[in-house]
Design a protein around this ligand. Sequence first.
Ligand code: AMP
Length: 304
Amino acid sequence: MRTLTTLDDLRLELDAARLSGRSIGLVPTMGALHEGHLSLVDRSVAENGVTVVTIFVNPTQFRPGEDLEAYPRQLQDDIALASERGADIVFAPPVHEIYPDGYSTTVSVVGITETLCGAPERRGHEHFDGVTTVVAKLFNMVQADRAYFGQKDAQQVAVIRRMATDLNFRTKVIACPTVREADGLALSSRNAYLTAEERPRALALSKALRSVAGALSDGQRDVATLSAIARDELSVTDSVEYFEIVDPDTLEPVSTIERPVLAVTAARVGKTRLIDNFLLEPHATAVTTPTNPNPTPQAAHLQG
Ligand code: AMP
């Protein structure tokens, strides 16, 4: 496996791969790799001749109050993990390689970036601008056949799909199921911030989603009732940013569940902001079972 830090070196490697007819898979990450990230690497390795894992702590997607400097960084461990899982290239550029002096372009998706994690009071639209700008740049740099993202960040997947469609990127966006701890907590680099007292309370998000899935499978389709069930579970967190049941593509709220929907939540436990979601179907139990560390894939239309 090669570790590269410049775009010139990356292009040389990838041009050679393309000439030899190999397909290219891209797995964008901010590092501190865990089994969630590595599940994306596994899928890319299974589906492509060459897998590029990018490790870049993108300064433009940090929210106000989020500490960029404190974000976990463990490049040597990440390189070892990516290599063990069969990645061919780790691209870990310094900030000036991505945003050189004079850099002035932002890629901005409107609409679906202004709700949920993007709500104006969270200045979340700026966060998504940071995400779409860096992902657009990585799509251009790598020109992958396929790029892999986690359904854990469901809104991010919807926003990136929109961007890729709107800007005619050839890279196919593929969403992969959320990987969880055995007790249901969705894996996240930010879980490292949780104290021993906070860790059990962090379970409230997946418990709330599981309770909603259970009530739905018992026949309850009214979103107001389901939201009350969720908010009851979420009351052990320090603050609930949102719990909503929305259309998986448009992220528009629904009032009754007649077709597949996304139940999404964000809450703070201590200083840590956590997010989670389940895809729910009216005629079945939840597609993701939080106690299952290897959940079955979510609905096909979210799989890319
Ligand atoms: P990040 O390093 O947090 O930017 O995440 C990089 C990619 O890994 C994103 O596409 C995330 O959605 C994905 N990811 C993060 N956590 C998980 C998880 N628990 N299961 C599956 N994918 C994940």
